[in-house]
Design a protein around this ligand. Structure first.
Ligand SMILES: NC(=O)N[C@@H](CC(=O)O)C(=O)O
Ligand SMILES: [Zn+2]
Ligand SMILES: [Zn+2]
Length: 443
């Protein structure tokens, strides 16, 4: 296939040839089409590397009423995400070789490439787990979240040792439950969608609980020369702690979610229990400071923590509604809308969504539009934004916390040269390709 006249993130206009092996053969000017070659005319539109979302929860096995590999990967493809990394808090949890194998068999339904993380619980089995083609160890839960997989400091230290001995990176969910403010949950929290329910969760899982846990996790990892990736940092202080650790020689990266970049406690008031997630939404002031760090380049990775739950589950009271929000389909659209408005450069968007997560986890054929890289590509009209509506998204959970915000959505998504998603710009009609996804640690 030949893609002609595409604008790259840095502004160069180029033709891109994709070889039969699904890799980019050439990025150059004036490449003529060969006889019989499919040509995708891209003039006036941007060609970006497919996003590498290193933090999704696709819920299989055990939670297929919330999401499946088929529905989650369709949502990913429609959002321009060409690689996803699934987290271990499924049922059963992915904490041993059998658990890994069970999940890997289900992941064969994926339209996009994927990695499978392994988790840590009191009865995990490192021997059989590390025997499999794991993407990373994690997310290792330092406090309970969905799945109740919180572990103590000793087990975390052991897990870091096991991973480091095998040169495997560790992704950590860092909150310290001893610093949660139980009093925030006292009294009448009101009904669903009230200011009280939404705000109480943010007041309960304090910013200090995250900051302290991130600092401790970084110190524990630095002591062992472990490679650590801090998941969903929701505070500017935690991002700074990662920057400082790296300045001190640690191998540490941080990840920020779109919900912490685009939503705050102000918005949570109307989201009610639909805005409950871990770590929770923060003050508007902290959100702005987090976004400023993204714009400056202090945020390494934007990943979604795509955590779908059904509307019925989220509609319960604050005590019972599960934590988590979907987001894999709106990652690129929200970032590209910020670029359209001049708040971020396109190169920054490309780096945090694709190039940086690929390099942070050693995916040397992902995340760039360059010769030799996998042809995981997104074609998008960066001037065309529309309102985000759950009805037009593809996750099985059928709602979004970003309803009503604007997004710039892809027109075509390719995985290793195969079209997995295509949208007719005139009618908006979407079509999907085959389940071509592969484990990125096996290819
Ligand atoms: N973020 C969440 O609030 N929920 C996640 C788990 C997690 O990442 O902590 C989930 O799996 O539902
Ligand atoms: Zn988490
Ligand atoms: Zn998560």
């Amino acid at each position: 296939m030949l893609i002609t006249g595409a604008t790259l993130a840095d502004g160069r206009v180029r033709d891109v040839r994709i070889g039969d092996d699904g890799r980019i053969d050439a990025v150059a000017e004036g490449l003529g089409a060969d006889a019989g070659e499919r040509v995708l005319e891209a003039r006036g539109r941007h060609l970006l590397p497919g996003a590498v979302d290193v933090h999704v929860h696709f819920r299989e096995p055990g939670g297929s009423h919330k999401e499946t590999w088929a529905s989650g990967s369709r949502s990913a493809a429609a959002g321009g995400v060409t690689t996803v990394v699934d987290q271990p808090n499924t049922s059963p949890p992915t904490v041993d070789g059998d658990g890994f194998d069970e999940k890997a068999a289900l992941a064969a339904e994926s339209l996009v490439d994927y990695g499978i993380n392994g988790g840590v619980t009191a009865d995990w089995d490192p021997e059989s787990l590390f025997d499999r083609p794991l993407f990373a160890l994690g997310e290792v839960f330092l406090a309970d979240s969905t799945g109740d997989m919180g572990i103590d400091a000793d087990l975390f230290a052991d897990a870091l040792d096991e991973a480091t001995a095998r040169d495997v990176p560790v992704t950590v969910h860092a909150e310290d439950a001893t610093l949660f403010d139980e009093s925030a949950l006292d009294g009448d929290l009101g009904g669903i969608g009230t200011a009280a329910t939404a705000d109480a969760w943010s007041a309960y899982r304090t910013a200090e609980a995250e900051i302290a846990a991130v600092e401790r996790a970084l110190a524990t990892a630095a002591d062992r020369d472990a490679r650590v990736h801090v998941a969903h940092t929701s505070t500017p202080e935690a991002v700074d702690a990662v920057s400082e650790a790296r300045a001190d020689g640690a191998s540490a990266t941080c990840e920020v979610t779109p919900h912490h970049l685009f939503l705050s406690r102000e918005r949570a008031r109307s989201l009610g229990t639909f805005g409950r997630m871990n770590p929770p939404l923060r003050s508007e002031e902290r959100r702005e400071a987090l976004f400023a760090r993204l714009a400056e380049g202090a945020v390494d990775v934007v990943a979604t923590d795509h955590a779908p739950h059904t509307v019925a589950e989220k509609r319960q009271g604050l005590a019972d509604a599960p934590s988590g929000v979907p987001g894999v389909e709106t990652l690129y659209p929200l970032l590209l809308e910020s670029a359209r408005k001049g708040e971020l450069s396109l190169e920054r968007v490309r780096d945090v969504a694709a190039a940086n997560p690929a390099s942070a986890f050693g995916l040397d054929r992902k995340g760039r539009v360059a010769e030799g890289y996998d042809a995981d590509l997104v074609l998008v009209d960066t001037a065309g934004s529309r309102e985000i509506e759950a009805a037009a998204l593809h996750s099985a959970c059928a709602w979004t916390p970003f309803e009503g915000l604007r997004g710039v959505f892809p027109e075509v998504t390719l995985v290793r040269g195969e079209v997995v998603y295509e949208r007719d710009p005139a009618t908006g009609a979407a079509s999907f390709g085959e389940a071509v996804g592969r484990n990125v640690r096996e290819s």
